[in-house]
Design a protein around this ligand. Sequence first.
Ligand code: PMP
Ligand code: GLU
Length: 385
Amino acid sequence: MMISQRLQEIPPSGTIAISNLVSKMKAEGKDVLAFSLGEPDFATPDNIVDACVDSLKGGFTHYTPSMGIPELRKVIAETTKAKNGIPCEAGNVLVTPTKQALFMISLAYLNPGDEVLLPDPSWVSYEAHIRMCGAIPKYVSTSFDDGFVINPDNVAKQVTSKTKMMVINSPSNPTGCVQPEATLKGIADICKDNDIIVLSDEIYENIIYEGKHHSIAAMPDMFDRTITVSGLSKTYAMTGWRLGWMIAPEADIKAVNKLQSHSITCCASFTQPAAIEAIKGPQDDMKAMVATFKKRRDLALDLMSEIPGLECNVPGGAFYLFPKYSAKIPSNELAEKLLTEGLVGVTPGRAFGPCGEGFFRFSYAASEEDITEGLSRIKKVFATL
Ligand code: PMP
Ligand code: GLU
């Protein structure tokens, strides 16, 4: 069929592609261990599921206001204000799946030819969204030696008269790096001086082991030029619920809501009261999940340190390791080799940008048994390289 030029130029999502392949191999009966997809392996906590069941049984099964139910918008605003220091009210919140928020933000703000700065490496879908709008991604290199912390001087070097937006994502997918406050301040200054808007993806904000989460929208004079996105997927093991939000000045929320109302209309109704329970209810399950992730991170780091030819930073957040390997083989070939010879699914580093070449992403949102067995398989494949 006649697929648009715009879409023909976009590759499929690298993370989803590898996880589809892993699922296919598993369905064929192959004993594959998957460390490729970034999704918590825990069940959604019972109190949240119960709230959803109650809302379904109570007949809350029709359209909601396209921006989300007012009670949820209020709860998101109050929590974000108290926890992140972002000066927002319910009118600044649009309830929408996080990836949908990011896609709509590109459509709403970017004109063809606009340039968008994004850290290299960074999550796979930002570049695709930017390109789908005819805008131009401009990577800001980060390095293993700096722990993938962004250097504001490198940001400044990439700014031109066409720079419209900068994307930041802390804690980062794929590196797990938690950007320090001083770095975010440096970026905020550059954005203010050059009239650049910031898209801050904070979906891993609650999964932090060392360091502290800072929201750039809370910094002086930044609220009016920042769009903050977050969601329930990672914090509460709710990836399948497709529920998140964006926070921005009210006029911008109204503009983006035009896209929402012409596309998905609203999020699923019965998930929204459950989202209130997730955010306002007991947080013990969430805290236990984070503690478990930390144990798994430390286990995976220990086991990786025993694999010759692999080096890894200690990431402060999210649930990814982004090890560097010394073998002279492109990361997509390495990922293919690990999958076919080792029966282990990982994501090639190159999927996350040019600086990701020579790395792979290992999601440790998996059991300790699987992590131990998976890294033993990886070790065997590495011995043949
Ligand atoms: N941002 C980042 C950095 C992610 O890793 C993901 C992956 N889930 C998303 C956004 C999208 O989140 P969701 O699946 O909740 O839409
Ligand atoms: N964000 C997760 C990942 O990076 C899920 C897949 C996706 O949305 O890209 O694996």
